[in-house]
Design a binder for this molecule. Structure first.
Ligand SMILES: Cc1cc2nc3c(=O)[nH]c(=O)nc-3n(C[C@H](O)[C@H](O)[C@H](O)COP(=O)(O)OP(=O)(O)OC[C@H]3O[C@@H](n4cnc5c(N)ncnc54)[C@H](O)[C@@H]3O)c2cc1C
Length: 322
C-alpha cells in the first residue's frame, strides 16, 4: 500500500471542493479488481458525470499521477499500491446503453459489456453477442479492443468521447482509435466517457441463440467463476498462448496462491489469498519457460499497474536473457 491518501486529498484542499463525485482516500484495489489482490490506491475518484470528471482533471495538478480503471477484469495491481488517484466512472453517470437507431447503440463507458449485448438484443441489433461473454465495461473494451468469438470492438466503433489530462473533450473516430490486436494507440491518459457503436439489423431469436452459444462455450472452456484476469498473454503470431504454455509444462503451475488454470492454461487464477507479487512472479516464470521451450516471447495482455512492494520486485522473464 502507499497509504498517503489523506495527505494527498488534504494537499489539494479547495481545488476539489466543488466536485460532485466521491473521493475515497486509501482505496483498497483488491476490492474492485477481479483478481482480488494488490495494494491500495492513494485515492479513488468516482466522478458524477462527464462535466464533473472534466472539472476534476482541470483541478488536479499535472504532477499527480492519474489512472482510469473499469471493472478491473484485466488488471493486476502490484502490492506496493498505486500513487495518486485512480478514477473509476460511476454507473450512475456513465452506465447507460440505449439504441439510437436500428443499427446504432450509445453506451456510457461504465456500462458492462453484457448490458450492451442485452440492449442490442432488445433493439434487434446484431453483432454484439460477443460482449455477452466479456466481463468488463465499455471503457475497458474501447481501450483493450476487447474481442471474442471472431469479433473485436474495433468492428463496432463509430465514435468515442474522451477527455484528455487537461479535461478537454475529444470526439474520436474509429480511425483515431488506432486499433490493433488488444490495443488502442490513443494516448494512455485519455479517459473514454461514452461511445457510439454500430451493428446490423438481425432478428432477436438469432441474436439470443448467438448469446447463449457464447455463454455455453465459456462455461465449458474457461474458469469464469474464479478470481482471474482473463487471458494472461496475447496470442503470438501463428500460434495460441495456451498451446505454448501447455508445451512448456506450465498448465496448473503454482506460485504461492497463484496458479495457471488447469482448465484453460492461459488464464491465471488467484486460488485464495495470492498476492500481486505471486501472480506476477508466476506470469514471468511462464514467460521464461515458454521462451526457453519454444523461443517465443509472450506479451502480457493483462495490464500490470502500480508499484512493487520494496524487496518484491519481479523482473521480466525472471531476468533470463536467452
Ligand atoms: C473471465 C474473464 C474472461 C475474459 N474474456 C475476455 C475475452 O473473451 N476477450 C477480451 O478481449 N477480454 C476478455 N477478458 C478481459 C477483460 O474483460 C477485457 O479486457 C475488458 O475489456 C476489460 O474491461 P474492464 O472494464 O474490466 O477494464 P479494466 O480491467 O478495469 O482496465 C483495462 C484497461 O482499460 C483501461 N480503461 C478502463 N476504462 C477506461 C476508460 N473509461 N477510458 C480509458 N481507458 C480505460 C484501463 O486503464 C486499463 O488499461 C476477460 C476477463 C475475464 C476475467
Amino acid at each position: 500500500m502507499t497509504g498517503g491518501g489523506e495527505a494527498l486529498v488534504a494537499k489539494l484542499g479547495d481545488r476539489l471542493a466543488g466536485l460532485r463525485g466521491r473521493i475515497t482516500p486509501n482505496a483498497e484495489m483488491d476490492k474492485i479488481t477481479w483478481f482480488r489482490a494488490g495494494g491500495m490506491a492513494d485515492a479513488l475518484f468516482q466522478p458524477a458525470d462527464e462535466e464533473d470528471l472534466a472539472a476534476f482533471l482541470k483541478a488536479v495538478p499535472r504532477d499527480i499521477p492519474l489512472m482510469v480503471v473499469g471493472i478491473g477484469s484485466n488488471l493486476l495491481v502490484r502490492d506496493g499500491g498505486i500513487p495518486g488517484f485512480v478514477i473509476r466512472l460511476s454507473a450512475k453517470g456513465f452506465g447507460e446503453a440505449r439504441a439510437l437507431s436500428d443499427t446504432r447503440i450509445q453506451a456510457g463507458a461504465a456500462t458492462p459489456d453484457k448490458r450492451v449485448a442485452a440492449a442490442a438484443l432488445e433493439a434487434g441489433i446484431g453483432g454484439f453477442h460477443f460482449y455477452h461473454g466479456i466481463p468488463g465495461a465499455i471503457g475497458g473494451a474501447l481501450r483493450m479492443n476487447a474481442g471474442a468469438n471472431g469479433v473485436e470492438t474495433r468492428e463496432r466503433v463509430v465514435e468515442v468521447r474522451a477527455l484528455d489530462r487537461e479535461g478537454r473533450l475529444h470526439v474520436l473516430s474509429n480511425a483515431d482509435m488506432g486499433y490493433a490486436y488488444r490495443h488502442s494507440s490513443v494516448p494512455a491518459d485519455f479517459i473514454f466517457t461514452s461511445a457510439v457503436l454500430e451493428g446490423y439489423g438481425q432478428d432477436r431469436e438469432t441474436i439470443r441463440a448467438a448469446m447463449d452459444g457464447v455463454q455455453h462455450h465459456r462455461e465449458t472452456v474457461q474458469p469464469i467463476r474464479e478470481k482471474t484476469g482473463g487471458s494472461t498473454f496475447k496470442n503470438p503470431e501463428g500460434t495460441s498462448a495456451w498451446k505454448e504454455i501447455d508445451k512448456a509444462g506450465c498448465r496448473g503451475l503454482m506460485v504461492g496462491g497463484a496458479q495457471m488454470s488447469p482448465m484453460h492454461c492461459n488464464f491465471m487464477i488467484n486460488t485464495g489469498a495470492a498476492t500481486g507479487y505471486e501472480l506476477e512472479y508466476l506470469g514471468e516464470t511462464v514467460r521464461a519457460r515458454v521462451l526457453e521451450n519454444s523461443g517465443i516471447r509472450l506479451h502480457w495482455e493483462i495490464k500490470r499497474i502500480g508499484d512493487f512492494r520494496p524487496g518484491h520486485e519481479v523482473q521480466e522473464f525472471l531476468g533470463q536473457l536467452l
